[in-house]
Ligand binder design. Structure first.
Ligand SMILES: CCCCCCCCCCCCC/C=C/[C@@H](O)[C@H](COP(=O)(O)O)NC(=O)CCCCC
Ligand SMILES: Nc1ncnc2c1ncn2[C@@H]1O[C@H](COP(=O)(O)OP(=O)(O)O)[C@@H](O)[C@H]1O
Ligand SMILES: [Ca+2]
Length: 558
């Protein structure tokens, strides 16, 4: 028979008042007892009306610890200031640390200290709370942490030491920390060396590029361990068992923002500690049956590829490099010619034009994720050659000149674009939103881009189309074969020569690059497939905000 959680109810002191404190296995509640209704002996629960009350889910309690009232410090060594009368009459105290929700999806760690006159009662409380925390099996106990010291504003180590490590210690999580020494250090360590069995998860301190390293390391390791060939675009990949936590310390941090709702290291650390789990789709990118990269957020050709290529040369500017290169790329207004063929996701709930958003516990992700087993008839269809594609059942093809070709496997919301590139995209539905922006005037493109920063619909424009797809391919007009890279290099030289000779020329180069989660891909011709729920994050998706956030405090729900 399943063991029932112990129910505990006592009258305990908190800040000069008596509180009725109740622990029932799901919630810890404390409610102030009006002065005329006190039952001082009380370990029996009496429902009492009136007074302030608080309620915390046991799943959001971080830790409980004894407080040494006499010495004035708790077992963290932190100084506790307490009224003398209280410490004399009720010398036994314990502190509960728990998650408190603040504004805009921010989480904070709060402490509440209860006092009593009986040492046995205090032990009973501490032990019972610890038992209930131990029963929460989804919580990590041992984590492998990678810090990129050069991401974003180069604050990764400091953010981790000051904001995150103390919280992990408070929650009794042990860590092995690696500060990376070069690009791909984390990826290669995960791929070949790391003793993954020792850990309950991996934590990444950095930006989207660093997260991408961790994903590449974990996914490649999992495929190798399971004998799966990543070079085959049709291969069904094996999901990774370890969850990944992101402590945002990069420039865009869009994966953190779109899965938590805010880029805040403390909030992210708390999501790791409570053991949240959010499945995520991953796109695989291939060229000529050779694996290139995985993408979790944005795969962008044209505008976002050019912004990235330009911004990489300006890393010294920090996150501001994207604003500079974004503006410059907008002015250059290059377009690129090619054919995009895609396999629409027809069997799913949801479209890219929906008004509903992917939120914590998303029904569409649950429904579409289950439906997508990888064996569906659509999935087994291979991409035909581009010349045949319009005639192939199920596949669509669009040819033309594009300012941007973007595939957003999730909303790609970030502080620059709070709704994201595809506001209705889902984290774990097995699809990506393919956004095609055809050549248009600078003015119209600016209107489209500006809509990324507002609530207006960026797809409601004649030169923009969006498709929710399972697979797609891009073939640039001027090359359809293996020698693409050579052509590309020669083409660049040729083009720059022509443009040097004709400075006023407004023609576009033949190729852009792909921006793959902030990393540049060298090939223009790619084939992309979505792998539903291949990885899991220590996150839960963005929580719905209370209707009147200013007034509503979910901690005071009683
Ligand atoms: C001229 C007005 C332009 C206004 C456009 C604003 C739209 C911004 C949308 C940003 C979407 C970002 C998608 C996420 C991409 C990241 O993976 C990538 C790498 O991040 P990180 O490793 O943390 O540096 N970031 C980018 O590619 C930056 C794109 C910024 C474009 C202005
Ligand atoms: N120690 C290191 N030195 C140099 N580059 C690194 C190091 N560790 C990781 N990187 C690389 O830095 C790049 C950017 O990292 P990221 O954390 O995403 O910062 P940002 O958001 O500023 O781009 C990634 O491509 C990653 O591979
Ligand atoms: Ca998706």
């Amino acid at each position: 028979m399943e063991k029932q959680p112990r129910l505990l109810a006592s009258q305990l002191f908190l800040k000069n008042s008596v509180f009725e404190v109740l622990l029932n296995g799901v919630l810890l509640t404390w409610k102030e007892i009006p002065a005329n209704k006190k039952v001082v002996s009380g370990s029996i629960h009496h429902p009492i009306k009136g007074g302030t009350s608080h309620s915390v889910s046991v799943s959001e309690i971080l830790a409980v610890r004894e407080l040494d009232v006499g010495g004035g410090t708790n077992d963290d060594g932190r100084w506790q200031k307490m009224p003398q009368k209280l410490t004399e009459a009720y010398p036994y105290a314990f502190t509960v640390s728990y998650v408190e929700r603040a504004r805009q999806h921010r989480w904070r760690c709060s402490d509440v200290t209860f006092h009593c006159s009986d040492g046995v009662l205090r032990q009973q409380w501490i032990q019972t709370i610890r038992e209930q925390l131990t029963a929460l099996t989804s919580r990590p106990k041992h984590l492998l942490v990678y810090i990129n010291p050069y991401g974003g504003k180069q604050q990764g180590e400091c953010i981790y030491e000051q904001k995150v490590a103390p919280l992990f210690a408070c929650a009794s999580i042990s860590t092995d920390v690696i500060v990376t020494e070069h690009a791909n250090h984390a990826r290669d360590h995960l791929k070949t060396e790391a003793e993954l069995k020792k850990y309950d998860g991996v934590v990444c301190v950095g930006g989207d590029g660093m997260f991408s390293e961790i994903v590449h390391g974990l996914v490649s390791r999992t495929q190798r361990d399971n004998g799966v060939d990543q070079n085959s675009p049709e291969e069904k990949l094996v999901p990774c068992s370890l969850r990944i936590g992101i402590i945002p310390a990069g420039s865009t941090d869009c994966i953190c923002y779109a899965t938590v709702g805010i880029n805040d290291p403390v909030t992210s650390a708390l999501h790791v500690i409570v053991g949240d789990s959010q499945p995520m789709d991953v796109c695989s990118v291939h060229h000529n049956n050779t694996f290139l990269r995985y993408s979790i957020s944005l795969l962008g050709y044209g505008f976002y590829g050019d912004v990235l290529a330009d911004s990489e040369r300006k890393r010294w500017m920090g996150p501001a490099r994207y604003d500079f290169s974004g503006f410059k790329t907008f002015l250059t207004h290059h377009h690129y010619e090619g054919a995009v063929s895609f396999l629409p996701a027809t069997d799913i709930l949801g479209t890219p034009r929906d008004k509903t958003r992917c939120r914590a516990g998303c029904f569409i992700c649950q429904h579409d994720g289950q439906l997508y087993s990888g064996d569906s008839p659509e999935e087994s269809k291979t991409a035909p050659d581009v010349s045949d594609r319009e005639y192939e059942v199920g596949w669509g093809v669009v040819r033309g000149k594009f300012l941007a070709i973007n595939a957003a496997s999730m909303s790609c919301a970030c502080p620059r674009s709070p709704m994201g590139l595809s506001p209705a995209a889902h984290l774990a539905d097995g699809t990506t939103d393919l956004i095609l922006v055809r050549k248009c005037s600078r003015f119209n493109f600016l209107r489209h881009l500006l809509r990324h920063t507002s609530k207006d619909d960026q797809f409601d424009m004649t030169f923009v189309e969006v498709h929710r797809v399972r697979r797609f391919r891009f073939t640039p007009r001027h090359c359809q074969n293996d020698s693409e890279l050579d052509l590309r290099e020669n083409g660049k030289q040729l083009f720059s020569q022509i443009c040097r000779d004709h400075p006023a020329c407004s023609c576009s180069p033949a190729y852009s690059s792909w921006n793959c989660d902030g990393e540049i891909l060298p090939h223009a011709a790619i084939e992309v497939g979505v792998h539903c729920q291949l990885i899991k994050l220590f996150a839960r998706g963005i929580e719905e905000q209370p209707l009147f956030e200013d007034l509503a405090n979910p901690q005071c729900a009683l």
